[in-house]
Design a protein. Structure first.
Length: 228
């Protein structure tokens, strides 16, 4: 147990594993924090270190008793972090679900911590690089895909009397269609406005930002944003 190898449980390997868990977990959390998510660098670092500690405890029990189930503690970590991830998912008053990527990343970071704590250093590095590629680089592809999607959802606040007719007329005149239109009770800021969730279908390529700007020029539309 207490040999000089980094693969064994000794003071050097414990320090290396805890430092690596803090560094890699914190780096992943840094990206989430930069995007304004509730779970940031400290949360991810703590989850990764906690998972690594659980794996180390499991290995320690196995070394000490020779009969500990080496899958028992890690399996509870995976389940427990799933509940923690749910806490990062937010449903706003506009039924806007946010935090799914953060929850999934938090769960993956816990697995990363288990790999580090188990001493699987090479695998943990590969896991870390994969998570970073998914979270950082694939997000750019995701944003591009969202911006050119022909079907997307808007939240609008418009005049209760004339806003809906004006909006639907504009969409029809420009060759767009509306497949879903839902009224949001008590969602609008002004009592004279009505809040709507609208699913739009755009059959020709147009920037979502341009369409939103064009809709906002309507006098009866007081607020509009895309829901992602």
């Amino acid at each position: 147990m207490f040999t000089g190898s980094i693969d064994d449980l000794n003071i050097v390997s414990l320090i290396v594993r805890m430092a690596l868990a803090t560094l890699l977990g914190g780096l992943i959390g840094l990206e989430r924090g930069a995007r304004g998510q509730s779970a940031g660098i400290r949360t991810f670092a703590l989850v990764c270190v906690g998972a690594a500690s659980c794996a180390i405890v499991n290995l320690y029990l196995f070394y000490m008793t020779g009969s500990a189930d080496t899958a028992r503690i890690p399996s509870t970590v995976i389940t427990g972090v799933g509940f923690l991830g749910v806490g990062t998912i937010v449903v706003t008053g506009r039924t806007w679900v946010r935090g799914l990527t953060t929850a999934a990343t938090l769960w993956a970071t816990a697995i990363l911590g288990l790999m580090i704590g188990s001493g699987f250093i090479v695998g943990s590095i590969i896991c870390f690089v994969t998570i970073v590629i998914i979270v950082v680089f694939l997000s750019k592809i995701s944003i591009f895909q969202e911006n050119i999607a022909s079907r997307f959802t808007l939240y609008l606040e418009l005049d209760r009397e004339t806003g809906v007719d004006d909006f639907l007329t504009y969409m029809h005149d420009h060759g767009y269609s509306v497949s879903v239109l839902e009224k949001q009770e008590n969602a609008s800021i002004h009592s004279s406005d009505i809040g709507l969730h609208v699913t739009c279908n755009v059959y020709k390529h147009i920037s979502h930002a341009k369409l939103i700007n064009d809709i906002f020029t309507l006098d009866s539309v007081h607020f509009v944003e895309e829901i992602k």
